[in-house]
Every structure is written in structure tokens, then in C-alpha cells.
Design a protein around this ligand. Structure first.
Ligand SMILES: [Zn+2]
Length: 310
């Protein structure tokens, strides 16, 4: 039912909201380049409209000073909403990466935290079965760390999704009715996947994982994390990327060494956004592997985390 309502929302917004109409039309012209990396591919997307998000200043003092763009009073008057439950609203994202790209903020201005909202992430993905719903932690790519929100994009767009289905990089490490835990190997970025149809078991496995990661980053408001969640064929698939760093050193370099890449859920899902053409042209497989290794856990670190939760 939500998929139909969202389709209608898109038709209406693309017709009546000039900014969204233009940006979705331009999306068909964005350039995409494939990079082969050890048996799999990532996609580069040259997307100049994403410069604001990729270079967003998310330090506390800056966030406190700016008007929150997810609060209703500050949102564009043309932007229409679909309510989800009592607390969340579904909006068309006017700066798309996906052919269908949604922002799903809470009604109230409340901090970005996954504990307490993981259940909402599961409910959203179940209700929006044509979409992958994703979460960027407050220090792991969210450009509004002060306002709880998810995003969603059309399912199957990110290479990590078919790569998981292929089974070439994953091993089942734990299985019980309603819940499976998978680890990835040789994928150049550490992640853990949970699948199953038992919402309570998925939530409890996630909480265990979260608590384990919290021990490694006790000084942070929550461990740095990106999550992708989709529901299809009567079960959830949730990919969890623990993070070591928000942005790679190339982001802060100047001159020829600079690469304006600010990884978040979509980039780790295998669609790397380069808002500057020069980065799109020059970024190599080696650069991608290096960026992943700086910001993500490696296979050994993931192993240790998994051993702590099974
Ligand atoms: Zn807000």
C-alpha cells in the first residue's frame, strides 16, 4: 500500500515541485563508471547536486547554528508528505542518488540514534518492499545528526544487494529459526548481514552487535555505523557496516591528492558518489580500496566482533 502511495507522491512532486522535477530529470544524465575490485564491482556516480551533502559540516557548533532542514518549518513549502505511523513522515528527496529517493524523518526534532529506532527501520522496510531503507549514524555520514531520519532508494540499485544474493563473499556463521547471521570475506569493507523473518530476533541480534561495537567506541554518542535494510520474499536482509572513521584522509587533502568522497551507507553499498568531475575521472580501484580500508573494519576486526555476539 505504501508503494502505491509513494508512486503517487513521486508523480505529484516531480510535476509540481520544480527543484525535484529538475533534479530527477538530470539524474538520467549523471555519468556512471564501473570499477572492478577483486571479483566484484563498485559504481562511481558523478552527481554534482550532492555536493552539499558530501561536504556538509556536521560538527556540533555548526549544527547548532543552522536551521534544521528536516524540521517542518524549514522544509520547502512544495514538499508533500506521507505519514508513517505516529512519528515518521515519508518525503521525496530533492537531491537524488536513486531513481526513487526518499527521506524519512521523524516528526519531532530528536537526535539521530539507532537504538530505539531499529524497529522503525524494520517496519519501514517491510512496508516499503520495493525500497531499501538505510540509516547513517550521527558521526557516520548523516548530514542532520540532530534530527532522526532514514532514507530509502529503489531496491537492488546498490551492488552489495546482488553480491549478497550471489553467495560468493558470505559465510553463514549462525542460524536458528527466524534469524541468520552472515559474515563477508574479501569484500574490501567489513560488514555483517542479518536475515530472517523474526523481527524480535533480528532486533535482539542487532542490539547485541550494537553493544559490542559500543565497547570499541565508548567516547562516541553511538558506535559509528551505516545500515541497509530491505524486505523481500517474506524476510528482512539487513547489512550493517561498522565504521572506524567518518571521512578518509583524501577528503581533507588539498590539490591533486584531494578526493571529495564522504562515505555513507550508499557508498558502502557500492555506489560511490563523486560530486566533483575531477574525482569521478581520476579515482582508481586502489583509491577505492584505500578509502574503504580507512573508514571500515577489516575482515579480522569483523571476525572478532562476530565472535563476541554468537
Ligand atoms: Zn529538525
Amino acid at each position: 500500500m505504501y508503494s502505491d502511495r509513494i508512486d503517487k507522491l513521486f508523480s505529484e512532486q516531480l510535476q509540481n515541485w520544480e527543484l525535484a522535477g529538475n533534479n530527477y530529470r538530470d539524474l538520467s544524465k549523471v555519468r556512471v563508471r564501473k570499477i572492478a575490485l577483486g571479483g566484484f564491482e563498485v559504481l562511481l556516480q558523478f552527481n554534482p547536486a550532492r555536493i552539499t551533502s558530501s561536504s556538509a559540516k556536521v560538527d556540533e557548533s555548526h549544527i547548532k547554528q543552522r536551521p534544521c532542514f528536516l524540521c517542518r518549518d524549514n522544509r520547502p513549502k512544495e514538499q508533500k508528505e506521507i505519514p508513517f505511523g505516529d512519528d515518521m513522515i515519508i518525503l521525496v528527496n530533492p537531491f537524488p542518488i536513486f531513481r526513487r529517493h526518499l527521506t524519512i524523518p521523524s516528526r519531532s526534532h530528536t537526535v539521530q540514534r539507532i537504538i530505539g529506532s531499529f524497529g522503525t527501520l524494520l517496519s519501514l522496510s517491510q512496508a516499503m518492499h520495493l525500497y531499501t531503507v538505510f540509516y547513517n549514524g550521527p558521526q557516520a555520514g548523516a548530514s542532520a545528526p540532530d534530527h532522526l531520519h532514514f532514507q530509502a532508494g529503489n531496491i537492488g540499485f546498490m551492488p552489495v544487494e546482488p553480491d549478497f544474493e550471489s553467495g560468493r563473499f558470505t559465510k553463514l556463521v549462525s542460524s536458528e529459526p527466524g534469524l541468520e547471521i552472515w559474515k563477508w570475506e574479501g569484500y574490501h569493507r567489513g560488514l555483517i548481514s542479518l536475515t530472517g523473518n523474526d523481527e524480535a530476533k533480528l532486533s535482539s541480534a542487532f542490539t547485541k552487535l550494537f553493544e559490542r561495537l559500543s565497547l570499541l567506541q565508548p567516547e562516541r554518542p553511538e558506535p559509528m555505523i551505516n545500515i541497509l535494510s530491505a524486505y523481500s520474499r517474506d524476510k528482512w536482509t539487513v547489512h550493517i557496516f561498522p565504521r572506524k572513521k567518518h571521512r578518509p584522509e583524501q577528503f581533507f587533502s588539498s590539490g591533486a591528492d584531494k578526493l571529495l568522497v564522504s562515505p555513507a551507507a550508499v557508498d558502502l553499498g557500492g555506489v560511490i558518489i563523486t560530486p566533483r568531475e575531477e574525482d569521478f575521472e581520476k579515482i582508481s580501484a586502489g583509491d577505492v580500496a584505500d578509502i574503504f580500508s580507512q573508514v571500515c573494519f577489516d575482515d579480522l576486526e569483523i571476525d572478532k566482533v562476530i565472535k563476541g555476539i554468537i
